[in-house]
Each structure stands twice: as structure tokens, then as C-alpha cells.
Design a protein around this ligand. Structure first.
Ligand code: PGA
Length: 268
């Protein structure tokens, strides 16, 4: 089965409502001809409703950048998977390296969040990746293996039925998981991984999924590359068979640049 290309814009902590609306006007216009590639926007929580409304009637899906693992309760400041579903989210980013590093998120916590997302019918976009130190010490695969095993402990593949609906928040094709390989040293630095290295890591992750689950499921999971993706370097990643798209930070803040990435994915 051919995997559909996927591009996710991680806006991180950027934009207020007026900026988001300006962005969407330009972006939705520019990607009008994009049909084969799945496009996802991950704005901050405060913009989910605004962006979700603007995306109504389009095939562009909504993602949150994080979630809490309980459905409701006394958890001041946290946001539950139910709340995200209510706003029309289809996806949620889990285990981003900025949260691992700045907020001390562990594989155990990420595992809880990933399970909670799947239980609520949200597709987690699990981020994994090595630091520069780990890479220099030749530990990349060891780190990826620990992060994937940790995040997926006790998680079973339950392939979703094919959904005829393209509505916001509707079920997504394939197993309930996307993995983003994001080497920490490449995030926001302007220094991207070599596409060959990213392909090797994506293949390693896919083979690990085949071991943990089964080969058939592993071939249906989409694996993205993330880390300083921009129009000037994206082509190289798209040529590789195990890279199914990208998780984009900086370049996704420019609607023209992000639309250009979408058009490049569409041409592959
Ligand atoms: P970047 O961020 O494209 O700015 O490197 C990627 C990410 O953090 O998801």
C-alpha cells in the first residue's frame, strides 16, 4: 500500500488570532491544487478554534502540539484529549524534543500521552531523535530504539477502518500512529540532517516497528523527517522511500514557504 505523503506545520509558540487569519488566507489559496498530500496545521492551543473554523470545508487537518493523559479532572493548566477532539483535532504531537528538554518529559510520560491520544481517537505524531552528543558517541540507533520502545510500551496496533469521510476530526487511514524522526541538533538550527542519514533512521524505525508489531503494520506507518526543512532542501528527503513527509517548524511560519513544500510533496 502506498503511504500518503504528510506535511505537518508545527507553529510552536507563534501567532495571535489576527496573524493566524492572515496566514490562512494566503495558505488555503496557495494549496488549492494540493490533493494527494495530506496537510496538517498544529497551532498553539489558543488558536485551535480559530484555525479549525477557517479549515472547515477543506481537507487540511488540525493538530495540537501536546496534550495531557487524563480525560478530565483537577489538572490545572492541562488540556485533555477530549477537549482537542471537541475542537476538531485529528492529530496531536507527542514527545517533541523541546518538551523533553525544557519540560523534562520522559518516555513514561510520553507513553501515557500517546495512549490517551489513541484512546480518544487522535493520531499521535510521536517525535524521536538523538542529540548531537549522542550522535557523536555513535548512539543514534540506541536512542531511537529506547524512545520508540518507551513510547509504545503496551501499545498495540489497531488499524483504523478506512474512513470514507474527509471531515475534520474524522478517522484517519492506517494505524493510529505517525512517527517524526527529528534529530535534536537539526531542529531550529538551519542545519538539516543529510537525507541519506534521515532515510537510514526512518528505515531503522520501520524495522523496529516490524519487530514490535508486525511487518505489515510497519509498512503502513508514516515516518516523517523534521529539522530545518525548507523548500531548498526538501526535495532530497522526498526522494527516499521511508520518508513520508515532514514536520516543519520555522519554514511553516511562512505560508508561502509551507505551501511550496506542499507543492513539492505533491509532485513526487
Ligand atoms: P524546525 O523545527 O523546522 O524549525 O527545525 C522542526 C520541529 O521542531 O518540529
Amino acid at each position: 500500500m502506498a503511504r500518503q505523503k504528510l506535511l505537518v506545520a508545527n507553529w510552536k509558540m507563534h501567532f495571535v488570532r489576527a496573524q493566524a487569519s492572515e496566514y490562512l488566507k494566503v495558505f488555503t489559496e496557495r494549496v488549492r491544487g494540493v490533493h494527494k498530500t495530506e496537510l496538517v496545521l498544529a497551532p498553539p492551543f489558543t488558536l485551535l478554534e480559530t484555525v479549525g473554523r477557517a479549515l472547515e470545508g477543506t481537507a487540511i487537518r488540525l493538530a495540537a502540539q501536546d496534550l495531557f493523559y487524563e480525560r478530565e479532572g483537577a489538572f490545572t493548566g492541562e488540556i485533555s484529549p477530549i477537549m482537542l477532539k471537541d475542537l476538531g483535532c485529528s492529530y496531536v504531537i507527542v514527545g517533541h524534543s523541546e518538551r523533553r528538554r525544557l519540560l523534562g518529559e520522559t518516555d513514561e510520560l510520553i507513553n501515557k500521552k500517546l495512549k490517551a491520544a489513541r484512546d480518544a481517537g487522535l493520531v499521535p505524531i510521536l517525535c524521536v531523535g538523538e542529540t548531537l552528543e549522542e550522535r557523536r558517541a555513535g548512539k543514534t540507533q540506541r536512542v531511537l530504539e529506547a524512545q520508540v520502545r518507551g513510547a509504545l510500551a503496551g501499545v498495540h496496533p489497531h488499524p483504523q477502518p478506512l474512513s470514507p469521510s474527509r471531515e475534520r476530526g474524522a478517522g484517519v487511514r492506517g494505524p493510529h500512529l505517525v512517527i517524526a524522526y527529528e534529530p535534536v541538533w537539526a531542529i531550529g538550527t538551519g542545519i538539516n540532517a543529510e537525507p541519506e542519514e534521515a532515510e537510514a533512521s526512518a528505515l531503522f524505525i520501520r524495522e523496529l516497528l516490524a519487530q514490535l508489531w508486525n511487518a505489515e503494520t510497519a509498512t503502513t506507518v508514516r515516518i516523517l523527517y523534521g529539522g530545518s526543512v525548507k523548500p531548498a532542501n526538501f526535495e532530497g528527503f522526498l526522494r527516499h522511500p521511508n520518508i513520508d513527509g515532514a514536520l516543519v517548524g520555522g519554514a511553516s511560519l511562512d505560508p508561502e514557504a509551507f505551501a511550496q513544500l506542499a507543492q513539492m510533496a505533491e509532485r513526487v
